[in-house]
Design a protein around this ligand. Sequence first.
Ligand SMILES: O=C(O)c1ccccc1N[C@@H]1O[C@H](COP(=O)(O)O)[C@@H](O)[C@H]1O
Length: 217
Amino acid sequence: MINGIRIKVCGITSLVDAEAAAAAGADYLGFIFYPKSPRYVSMEKFQELRASLPAGPKKVAVVVYTDMGDLEKYKDAGFDFVQLHFPNDTPFFEVAMWTEIIPPNQLWLAPRVPPGKEMDPAFFPLADHVLVDTYHDGGYGGSGMTGNWTEFARLKERFTKVTWVLAGGLKPENIAEAIKTSGAVFVDVNSGIEASPGVKDHAKMAAFFEAVKAATG
Ligand SMILES: O=C(O)c1ccccc1N[C@@H]1O[C@H](COP(=O)(O)O)[C@@H](O)[C@H]1O
């Protein structure tokens, strides 16, 4: 945690990146189990990494609705949290069913909300964390596109029981403005600190953490 800001570094695919993120001060490491992602890690790959991963940061499994598989396997694999990306119009009962496997205190909901629509507040009691990512036509996340930081601030002010996580296009150059405009105290960085998809740029990573420090110190 840096000056009250919690940071998740997402899209970890290697030990060297996990160690660099932990050394920089990451509170959470995200592993993406979506086969269409350039940051995809298989469960076998994660199991290979697992024993050597730095102990400090919490581990988050990032899963997409279309490829949820057996949710229980993420619990069994030792993840602290599961971040679920899903369409905003998913029926309530379906999301409620997921909580029978992953309880609300371990579940991060990441509804995919198209332009002109609002995030459905009916989901909020089902998870302690809600991640606000930028909508894009092509997929579920990792677009590098920034979202509506003012709308994030509005949600955070209105629904105070939720722990709000800001994601989408965050990078060293915009994180100060993002925190100021959104009021976020929990941010998720992914493609904005990469050398290439799935490979972190350690200088950009350090610059991101420095920028958070400078913006909040
Ligand atoms: O990064 C991906 O490829 C990805 C694929 C499917 C679901 C989520 C994914 N990433 C998540 O997207 C956000 C924002 O990423 P970015 O900063 O815009 O690159 C991040 O939370 C990742 O968890």
